[in-house]
Ligand binder design. Structure first.
Ligand SMILES: CC(C)(COP(=O)(O)OP(=O)(O)OC[C@H]1O[C@@H](n2cnc3c(N)ncnc32)[C@H](O)[C@@H]1OP(=O)(O)O)[C@@H](O)C(=O)NCCC(=O)NCCS
Length: 195
C-alpha cells in the first residue's frame, strides 16, 4: 500500500475510554477553549475555572465515557448517563416510548475542542458512544439548546430524530431520540444537489 493510501485511511482520532489521570486536564483545557470561543457550551452557569470545569465534567455517574485523542492530545469528550429526570419527563410528555429493551440513556458532556472541529472528531466520538449504547440495549436520547445550531444539525445527521422541545433553565431545548437498533443508520453528511 502506498503512503498516500495509508494516510487517506488514517482515522481522524483515536477514541479511548476516559482515564481521569491521563485525560482530565486535556478535557478541561478543551472546555476552556470552547468557552473562550464564545459559544454556549459549556453552560454559562459553570464558572470558567479549571476546578469548576473539572467538577462539572465529573459530577455525574456515567455508563461510559470516552475521549478523542489526536496525536495523544484530548480533542473531544462524550459520556453516556442514565437519563436525567427532566429528560425522562420530556420524553414521556412527547409520547416517546423506548424501543430498546433497556430503555433510554442520555448523551452527555459531548464536545470537541474548537481547534479540532469539522474534521469528523465529533462523529467518531458519537459513533463510539452510540455503538456502546446499542450494545447495552439502550436507546440514546439528548436535549440541546435551540441556539446550538451546529449541534442540532449534527444530531439530525447522525441518526437522531427531533422529538419536541422543552423550556429549561438555559432556554428552549430540543429533544432528540435515536432510532431502534434494527433501523439505525447514519444520514449522509453530504447530500447530492439536484441537477
Ligand atoms: C457538536 C460538536 C460536538 C460536533 O463536533 P465536530 O467534531 O465538529 O463534528 P464533525 O466534524 O464530526 O461534524 C461537524 C461537521 O463537519 C463536517 N466534516 C466532518 N468531517 C469533515 C472533513 N474531513 N472535512 C470537512 N468537513 C467535515 C461534517 O459534515 C459536519 O457537518 P454537519 O454538522 O453539517 O453535518 C461540536 O460542534 C461541539 O463541540 N459543539 C459545542 C458543544 C455542543 O454543542 N455539544 C452538544 C451539546 S448536546
Amino acid at each position: 500500500m502506498s503512503p498516500s493510501v495509508i494516510s487517506a485511511v488514517r482515522p481522524v482520532a483515536e477514541i479511548v475510554p476516559f482515564d481521569p489521570k491521563t485525560h482530565l486536564q486535556g478535557a478541561v483545557e478543551a472546555l476552556l477553549r470552547l468557552r473562550r470561543a464564545g459559544g454556549l457550551y459549556p453552560p454559562r452557569n459553570v464558572k470558567a475555572a479549571i476546578s469548576d470545569f473539572a467538577y462539572w465534567l465529573l459530577s455525574e455517574e456515567v455508563l461510559g465515557r470516552w475521549v478523542a485523542l489526536i496525536d495523544g492530545q484530548v480533542a473531544g469528550h462524550i459520556a453516556l448517563t442514565a437519563p436525567h429526570p427532566y429528560l425522562t419527563d420530556a420524553l414521556a410528555s412527547m409520547d416517546q416510548v423506548p424501543v430498546e429493551p433497556d430503555g433510554f440513556c442520555e448523551v452527555s458532556k459531548f464536545f470537541v475542542d474548537p481547534d479540532a472541529q469539522d474534521r469528523g472528531v465529533g462523529a467518531a466520538l458519537f459513533d463510539a458512544a452510540i455503538g456502546f449504547a446499542r450494545s447495552q440495549g439502550l436507546q440514546p436520547a439528548l436535549a440541546v439548546v435551540d441556539t446550538s445550531l451546529a449541534a442540532r444539525r449534527f444530531f439530525g445527521r447522525h441518526g437522531m430524530t427531533e422529538a419536541g422541545s422543552l423550556r429549561g433553565i438555559h432556554g428552549e431545548k430540543f429533544v432528540f431520540v435515536g432510532a431502534a437498533k434494527t433501523v439505525w443508520r447514519r444520514e449522509p453528511a453530504v447530500t447530492a444537489r439536484a441537477a
